[in-house]
Design a protein around this ligand. Structure first.
Ligand SMILES: Nc1nc2c(ncn2[C@@H]2O[C@H](COP(=O)(O)OP(=O)(O)OP(=O)(O)O)[C@@H](O)[C@H]2O)c(=O)[nH]1
Ligand SMILES: [Mg+2]
Length: 135
């Protein structure tokens, strides 16, 4: 049985910079997921550190923080049946190199360092991330 869930989706700075907001949002709506909140904003250094706590100390951490704070993002709460897994299915694997055509990362990205979109990995992460980004 599908479970009704909320997930936190974030169109990363490269998606906004490259003018792909509309096309990406359209894919979630086309699949039947509903946007409950949506806001263009900059990620603060505090929000970036809280969101990427698990990666602190890794070689790519500094680059990740500077990338996610490099320009406006689109912060979204998306809801529907199995929203967490369905959003990640639409997004494709973390590395665009492994993301097939038809997925958001496969169609709009080329490299792991700029991988277009974020989606929560569990309902618990979603709740935590919605708290970080919407207060
Ligand atoms: N350059 C680089 N970036 C990485 C690497 N691992 C993770 N990242 C970045 O850190 C983000 C978060 O990593 P994960 O949470 O493990 O991956 P994910 O859940 O598929 O991606 P998100 O939806 O963004 O959380 C990724 O989206 C990448 O932007 C890596 O090995 N190299
Ligand atoms: Mg993640």
């Amino acid at each position: 049985m599908a479970e009704f869930q909320r997930t936190y989706i974030m169109l990363k700075p490269d998606a906004v910079r490259n003018g792909h907001i509309g096309e990406i949002i359209n894919r979630f709506e086309r699949a039947g997921l509903k946007f409950e909140r949506i806001e263009l904003a900059n990620v603060t250094p505090e929000q970036a550190a809280a969101n990427y706590k698990e990666h602190e100390g890794k070689p790519f951490y500094a680059g990740l923080i500077s990338y996610i704070t490099s320009g406006p993002v689109v912060k979204c709460v998306v809801a529907g049946p199995d929203a967490v897994a369905n959003a990640r299915r639409l997004m494709g694997p973390t590395n665009p190199l492994n993301a097939g055509p038809g997925t958001i990362r496969g169609d709009f990205g080329l490299v792991m360092d700029e991988n277009v979109i974020h989606g929560s990995d569990s309902p618990a992460s979603a709740e935590r991330e919605i708290g970080i980004f919407f207060g």
